[in-house]
Design a protein around this ligand. Structure first.
Ligand code: HEM
Length: 723
C-alpha cells in the first residue's frame, strides 16, 4: 500500500510522554477524546502514542478514514488484536473476522440489534428503567454509571430472550469489562488463569447455556415478540449452515460487552450533557412530557422527540465511546509522508473529526441543534463516526438509540433530580473505553408524575392498526413495511430550511403539518406545499443533488425517509413517489388517530386519517371561538383542552376534554355558529386531527354507525350542558 503524496519515509511523529509510561497517565485520567484531537491538530493525521508500554500508530481525521475505505483493510488483520477476546468468548466474534467473512451473520446481526426489533419491546424497556429507578427512591443519591449499567444490561436481557437476567448482572458485567480490558491490553492475558476470572467465566457460560436451553424448550405458543435470539438462531455461516451453539453463545456475549462497555456510558454522557445545559434540558423535558402524555411512547413517538434525538447525536459527537478501530499492520505502508511499519498496532480514529472547527463551529460546545435540520452539521462527509466507519460500522445503532431514548426520556419524565455536587466538572476515565467516572452522581428529589398511569400498550394498538391498514395494499410485504417504519417525524421552526439547493440528496419528505415554500437558487418562489404534499424525490431519482430550496414558512411537521429506503421501495415495488408519500402520511395519521380512538374500525380510521390533517396548538391557544363560523371538526390526539362558554355572566369553563374526545361537530352538523370556545390548557401543546366540514358531513351521511356515535355524543353534551 502506498499513498501518492508520500515523498520521504520517516516514522510517524510521537507525542512527548513520560519515560516508560509514555502517554498512559494522560490517556487514563484525562479526556481521551480531547487528547486524540489535540494530537491530531499538533501532529497531523498520523502519529504515535505510547499506552501501557505499547506503541500505537493513530491514523486520525477525515484523510485517515478515506485511507481505511480505500485500502479495505489490505495488509492488516485483527487476530493479533482481538484474538485473546475470541479465545475467552469461545466462538465467532465478528470484530475479528475479515470484512468479507460471515456476511450472513453480519446481516442477521443488523436485524438482531435493529430499531424494529427493539420497538416491539418498548414497554419492557421502560419497565427496566422503572425498576432501576425504584431501587433508588427520591432522596437517594446514585452513581449515574451504576444506574445506567444496570438498566442497560436489563434492557439487553429483555431484547435477547424476553426475560430478566438480573440475577447475573454483577457476574456478566464484571466478566464483560474484564474481557474487554484484555482486548484493549489494559489487563494482561495471563489474568485469565486467576481463580476470580475463571469463576466469572464459568458463571457467564452457565447463564448463556441456561438462556439457550430455555429458548430451545419454550412452548410453540409463547406469544413473545421476535427476540435477538430468534434472529441469531436463524443466522448461518458462509456455507449456509446454522451457527454452532458456541457461536450463538459468543454473539450473545458480545452483546453484553456492547451493552455494559459502550451503551451504558452513552446514556450517562447524555444525562450529563442535559443536566449541564438547563435550557436544553427544559426543552427535552417538555417534549418528553408531551410524548408520555398519552401513555407509553411507541417507536414513532421516540423518533418524534426531535430535540432529544438531536441531543443524543450531539452527545455522541462530544463523547464518542469508541476511540477508533484497531488493526495489526501485516504489510508496512506509507501515509502522509510516513512509514507505518509491520507489526504495529494501528488505530483508525474519527474522533478528531468530531472536534474539528471545519465541521463544527465552536466544536466543544453542546449544541444539539447542529445535529438536525437545517444545520445538519453531522451529516457532512466524514464529520461524524461514533459507530465506526465503512464495512465494520456497528450493527446495533438502532438498538442503542431506542434503549437510550427510552432510558433518558423515562428518567426525565418520572423524576426531578440534581447533580451532586452541583457544577462539578465532568471527569472521564478510560474504563476500558471513555466513560464518566463513578463520582458523577445525581440525587433524586421527587417523583414528577403518576407514572403508573402510563401503562397502556399503545405500541400494540398502533401495530394492530397498521396491520389492518396494509393488509391488502401494495405495501403489504414485510420488507416494505420495515422500510416505512424507518420514517422519522421531524419538527421544524418557521424560517428553517429543510432542504437547500445543491446539497447532496439523502432524504424524501412528506409534509404533515404546516406550510413549506419551494424556491429557486435565486430565491424565486416556485411553489407552496400543503400538508399531504411531498418533496425531495427529484434529487433522489435524478441528479443526486437538491434542485431547489424548501423553507418552512410556519412551524412544520415533516416525515423523513432515507434515500436507501425510498429507492428500495421505488425500485423494487414500482411505486411512484406520490404513492409512497400517501402511504406514509396515511400511516402516520392512522397511528395517531388509532392511539386516541382505539375502538374505531380500521375502515373508519382510514377514512378519517385520509381526510384529516394533523394540527398542533400551543398552550393557551384558542382552537375555536364561540360565535365564529364552523368549518373544522377536531379529534384531540394528545394533551387537554378546556371548553368555555361566554354569556352575560362572564366566561365559564364547562368541561375539560381528554385525548380521544372530539369537538366542533355541533356547529357543522347543525349549520350554526360555534356554541363554545375551546382553548388549550396551560399544560399544552396539543395535537388534533382536524377534519374539514365537508368530509365530516360526508362521513355522517354515508356511515350510519358514525351518525349514531356522533348523535349520542351530541345528546350527552346537551344533557350535561356542555355543547
Ligand atoms: C453506544 C453504543 C455502541 C457504540 C458506540 C458501538 C460502536 C461500535 C464500533 C465503533 C464498532 C466497530 C469496531 C471495530 O470494528 O473496531 C462496533 C462493532 C460492533 N458492535 Fe457496537 N457499539 C455500541 C453498542 C453495541 C451494542 C449494544 C451491541 C450489541 C447488542 C453492539 C454490537 C456490535 C457488533 C456485533 C459489532 C461487530 C460488527 C462487525 O464487525 O461486523 N454494539 N460497535
Amino acid at each position: 500500500m502506498t499513498d501518492s503524496k508520500s515523498t520521504e519515509s520517516t516514522p510517524p511523529p510521537s507525542l512527548p510522554g513520560l519515560p516508560l509510561l509514555g502517554n498512559t497517565i494522560e490517556l487514563l485520567t484525562k479526556d481521551a477524546n480531547r487528547f486524540f484531537s489535540e494530537a491530531y491538530e499538533k501532529l497531523g493525521p498520523v502519529f504515535q502514542v505510547n499506552y501501557l508500554f505499547r506503541n500505537y500508530t493513530i491514523m486520525a481525521g477525515p484523510e485517515s478514514l478515506n485511507h481505511l475505505l480505500e485500502f479495505r483493510e489490505q495488509g492488516m488483520s485483527r487476530e493479533a488484536f482481538f484474538g485473546p477476546v475470541d479465545k475467552q468468548i469461545g466462538g465467532v466474534v465478528l470484530l475479528t473476522q475479515p470484512v468479507g467473512a460471515y456476511q450472513n451473520l453480519r446481516n442477521q446481526a443488523r436485524l438482531a440489534f435493529s430499531r424494529q426489533l427493539a420497538a416491539e419491546f418498548i414497554p419492557d424497556l421502560v419497565g427496566c428503567v422503572d425498576e432501576g429507578l425504584d431501587r433508588h427512591p427520591p432522596g437517594s443519591t446514585v452513581s449515574v454509571m451504576d444506574l445506567c449499567t444496570r438498566v442497560s444490561f436489563d434492557q439487553y436481557s429483555r431484547l435477547l430472550c424476553g426475560e430478566s437476567l438480573d440475577a447475573y448482572f454483577d457476574t456478566a458485567n464484571r466478566y464483560a469489562v474484564w474481557v474487554m480490558n484484555i482486548g484493549v491490553k489494559k489487563v494482561p492475558e495471563f489474568s485469565v488463569h486467576l481463580p476470580a476470572y475463571k469463576k466469572l467465566r464459568r458463571d457467564v457460560m452457565k447463564m448463556a447455556d441456561e438462556v439457550l436451553t430455555r429458548y430451545e424448550n419454550r412452548p410453540a405458543d409463547h406469544g413473545m415478540p421476535y427476540t435477538i435470539l430468534d434472529a441469531l438462531v436463524s443466522a448461518t455461516d458462509d456455507d449456509g449452515n446454522p451457527l454452532p451453539r458456541k457461536d450463538l453463545v459468543a454473539t450473545l456475549q458480545y452483546g453484553i460487552i456492547g451493552t455494559v462497555v459502550y451503551m451504558n456510558r452513552t446514556v450517562a454522557f447524555l444525562l450529563h450533557d442535559l443536566l449541564s445545559n438547563p435550557e436544553h434540558y427544559e426543552r427535552v423535558r417538555e417534549e418528553v412530557d408531551g410524548a408520555y402524555a398519552n401513555g407509553l411512547p411507541d417507536s414513532l413517538d421516540l423518533r418524534g422527540m426531535s430535540t432529544l434525538n438531536a441531543a443524543l447525536k450531539e452527545s455522541m459527537r462530544l463523547h464518542p465511546v469508541s476511540l477508533g478501530m484497531p488493526f495489526m499492520v501485516d504489510e508496512p505502508f506509507e501515509f502522509n509522508g510516513h512509514t507505518v511499519p509491520k507489526g504495529q498496532f494501528c488505530v483508525y480514529s474519527g474522533v478528531p473529526n468530531h472536534f474539528s472547527a471545519d465541521f463544527y463551529p465552536q466544536p466543544h460546545r453542546f449544541d444539539p441543534d447542529r445535529c438536525r435540520a437545517p444545520r445538519n452539521e453531522h451529516k457532512q462527509r466524514r464529520a461524524y463516526a461514533p459507530y465506526g466507519y465503512g464495512k465494520r460500522v456497528c450493527p446495533a445503532g438502532g438498538l442503542v438509540e431506542t434503549c437510550t431514548l427510552v432510558s433518558i426520556s423515562r428518567i426525565i419524565h418520572r423524576r426531578t433530580f440534581e447533580r451532586v455536587p452541583a457544577n462539578d466538572p465532568l471527569r472521564t476515565v478510560l474504563a476500558p473505553l471513555p466513560a464518566p467516572d463513578r463520582k458523577f452522581r445525581i440525587r433524586f428529589i421527587d417523583e414528577r408524575s403518576e407514572h403508573a398511569a402510563g401503562k397502556t400498550d399503545h405500541t400494540q394498538l398502533a401495530v394492530n392498526a397498521l396491520d389492518e391498514l396494509f393488509e391488502s395494499g401494495r405495501l403489504a410485504k414485510p420488507a416494505m413495511r420495515e422500510r416505512l417504519d424507518n420514517v422519522t417525524p421531524r419538527r421544524h421552526e418557521s424560517g428553517d430550511y429543510i432542504l437547500r439547493k445543491g446539497e447532496q440528496a439523502e432524504t424524501f419528505h412528506v409534509l404533515i403539518e404546516g406550510t413549506v415554500e419551494v424556491t429557486s437558487g435565486s430565491n424565486e418562489h416556485l411553489a407552496s406545499l400543503e400538508p399531504g404534499n411531498y418533496f425531495g424525490e427529484i434529487g433522489l431519482l435524478g441528479e443526486g443533488r437538491r434542485t431547489a430550496n424548501c423553507l418552512s414558512t410556519t412551524p412544520t411537521l415533516v416525515l423523513e425517509m432515507t434515500r436507501d429506503d425510498f429507492l428500495a421501495i421505488v425500485l423494487k415495488d414500482d411505486l411512484v413517489p406520490g404513492e409512497i408519500a400517501a402511504a406514509l402520511r396515511q400511516r402516520y395519521l392512522t397511528t395517531r388517530v388509532h392511539k386516541a380512538l382505539p375502538a374505531l374500525t380500521s375502515e373508519r380510521l382510514r377514512t378519517l386519517a385520509g381526510t384529516g390533517s394533523l394540527k398542533r396548538f400551543e398552550a393557551d391557544d384558542t382552537i375555536i371561538r364561540q360565535g365564529d363560523d364552523a368549518d373544522w371538526f377536531y379529534i384531540l390526539l394528545t394533551g387537554t383542552v378546556a371548553v368555555l362558554i361566554e354569556d352575560a355572566n362572564g366566561t365559564q369553563q364547562v368541561a375539560t376534554l381528554q385525548p380521544g374526545d372530539h369537538f366542533g361537530e355541533i356547529g357543522i352538523l347543525e349549520a350554526r355558529a360555534r356554541t363554545a370556545t375551546v382553548r388549550v390548557t396551560a399544560d399544552g401543546p396539543v395535537e388534533t386531527l382536524a377534519i374539514p366540514r365537508d368530509a365530516l358531513l360526508e362521513l355522517v351521511e354515508q356511515d350510519p354507525q358514525a351518525r349514531r356515535d356522533i348523535a349520542s355524543i351530541i345528546l350527552d353534551r346537551i344533557r350535561s350542558g356542555t355543547p
